[in-house]
Design a protein around this ligand. Structure first.
Ligand code: IPE
Ligand code: MG
Length: 222
């Protein structure tokens, strides 16, 4: 979800107004996913690197997240949405972490859409964590190195149980992955949208899905 800051700047507004408008897009896009029959939506809401932004912006983003988590509760129930989160969640402020855990627990039985929030998330960090857990097992003698294969490795990632994305959408016209789901996007179809995230709405997602449907996926075969 890129471009909140530039969206605000274009309008002479503070960056936090861009993030607020971006939260509206999140609402609309989750609803559109349900209407389109999309079963998993992962939103890159805050990266490991985003901690390096000025403290005022980090706290504005955390406040927005708190608000989202407090207000979204009813909506998640009504829309039958299950919430999950990936990332280094222990780096989140205690209040945010509490709200998040509560909502994940409360929505665990919902089944229309799984909304995965990537928070304090970094693909490299996630891969390192998985490698470390396998190494710990090997060092303890409970795992032989030759038993490590792609399936076992994937089962140690935070996305264990979540299918790999079919479609990766990046807004703002940026042609970068920026440390997002590095392992999981091996065969994802990539769609780059010129619009800033707050302008990315129902029709834009529908068009991105139509673009995806026109692609021929070969997974390395002919
Ligand atoms: C939102 O867009 C993404 C978040 C980190 C929440 P940006 O804040 O990256 O906006 P730009 O890229 O500066 O326009
Ligand atoms: Mg950006």
């Amino acid at each position: 979800m890129d471009g909140n800051g530039r969206w605000a700047k274009e309008r002479g507004l503070p960056r936090r107004e861009g993030h607020r408008a971006g939260a509206e897009s999140v609402r609309e896009i989750t609803h559109t996913c349900i209407d389109l029959g999309v079963e998993f939506l992962t939103l890159y809401a805050f990266s490991s690197e985003n901690w390096n932004r000025p403290p005022a912006e980090v706290s504005a983003l955390m406040n927005l997240l708190d608000r989202f988590l407090s207000e979204k509760s009813k909506d998640l129930d009504q829309q039958n949405i299950r919430l999950l989160a990936i990332g280094q969640l222990d780096r989140l402020p205690r209040k945010t972490r509490g709200l998040l855990d509560k909502l994940i627990d409360r929505t665990s039985h919902h089944s229309a859409l799984t909304l995965v929030l990537a928070l304090s998330y970094g693909g490299r960090e996630e891969i390192v964590e998985a490698a470390r857990s396998l190494a710990a097992n090997a060092a303890a003698g409970t795992l032989a190195p030759e038993e490590i294969d792609t399936a076992l490795f994937a089962s140690r990632l935070q996305t264990a149980g979540i299918p790999d994305p079919d479609l990766l959408i990046r807004t703002s016209g940026e042609m970068r992955i920026s440390n997002f789901l590095l392992w999981q996007i091996s065969y994802a179809e990539i769609v780059i949208i010129k619009k800033f995230w707050p302008d990315f709405r129902r029709n834009d997602l529908t068009e991105a899905v139509q673009e995806y449907q026109r692609r021929h996926r070969r997974f390395g075969t002919l």
